[in-house]
Design a protein around this ligand. Structure first.
Ligand SMILES: NC(=O)c1ccc[n+]([C@@H]2O[C@H](COP(=O)([O-])OP(=O)(O)OC[C@H]3O[C@@H](n4cnc5c(N)ncnc54)[C@H](OP(=O)(O)O)[C@@H]3O)[C@@H](O)[C@H]2O)c1
Length: 249
């Protein structure tokens, strides 16, 4: 993928991995449009990365997604890349959850943000993207798509589903000239799931530098460290890793 001269809609780009990718895409000479729910975080990102464009949007909401897609196409007719990065991670034991609608709503939100949003945004934007040169859709999944951590069961399921969807989408969009790429992060030191939960992860800048270099070199699915190993692992290796990751501590 050529990293310069693109116009990229990057969901959830105000913090963490999204912000690191936004910085690098800007440095490579692309227009970058980010969105998120927190106006203060969008402003901070704009101060950090000159020239970044921002929209407040909740990608859990279908009407908001449709508004975002049509507004960005109207404001940036050269839009040629959708980067589905926004995500949340909830940790819970299903057996401990109250059997009420509020508990279900938290799980439903996680499915809506991590899975519904990338599918819906792709569907909304394919008619526009297919008319652009060098069009691409990039989905951010996780090493946990391949071997889940049981403490985040819905999160891991959404990422496994997004990985599967990405494979089908790549196949479907081949004839219309839209490249479909996948970024598979390992644990990265960001605030995903709450402050302090991922401090043991790899530094976000090292991760982002490696991912960008490999996308620029033409790879379609890229991991880093443990996620590179797990995305390429055999079923036997995945089962062993699952056991090890989920062993009682
Ligand atoms: N960090 C890791 O260890 C790791 C590992 C594997 C995969 N990933 C994936 O990498 C992606 C980025 O995560 P991160 O680690 O960079 O965490 P992060 O810093 O928490 O970033 C997530 C971003 O998504 C945005 N977002 C969440 N819900 C949203 C919604 N409903 N509408 C719009 N934006 C929303 C957040 O902004 P607002 O809250 O302001 O909306 C935030 O900027 C996620 O898809 C995550 O699953 C991360």
């Amino acid at each position: 993928m050529n990293l310069s001269n693109n116009t990229v809609l990057l969901t959830g780009g105000a913090t963490g991995i999204g912000l690191a990718l936004a910085q690098r895409l800007r440095q490579a000479g692309s227009e970058v449009i980010i969105c998120g729910r927190r106006a203060d975080k969008l402003r901070e990102a704009q101060q950090l990365v000159p020239g970044l464009h921002t929209y407040e949007c909740n990608v859990a909401d279908a009407a908001d997604r449709a508004r975002l897609a049509s507004q960005v196409v109207a404001d940036f007719p050269a839009l040629n890349v959708l980067l589905n990065n926004a995500g949340i991670q909830n940790r819970f034991q299903l057996a401990d959850l109250p059997a009420d609608l509020a508990a279900w709503e938290a799980q439903r939100q996680e499915i809506a943000i991590n899975l519904e949003a990338p599918i819906h945004l792709a569907a909304l934007l394919v008619p526009h993207l297919r008319q652009q040169a060098n069009a691409a859709i990039i989905n951010v999944t996780s090493g946990l798509a391949f071997a889940p951590m049981a403490f985040a069961p819905v999160y891991c399921a959404t990422k496994a589903a997004l990985h599967s969807f990405t494979l089908s989408l790549r196949q479907q969009l081949l004839p219309v000239g839209i490249q479909v790429l996948e970024i598979v992060p390992p644990a990265v030191n960001t605030d995903l799931g709450g402050t302090g939960l991922h401090t043991w992860g790899v530094p976000v800048d090292d991760f982002a530098d490696s991912i960008m270099a490999r996308l620029a070199a033409g790879e379609e699915e890229v991991g880093y460290g443990t996620s590179e190993a797990i995305r390429l692992a055999s079923r036997q290796e995945i089962d062993a890793r699952f056991k090890q990751m989920n062993a009682p501590r």
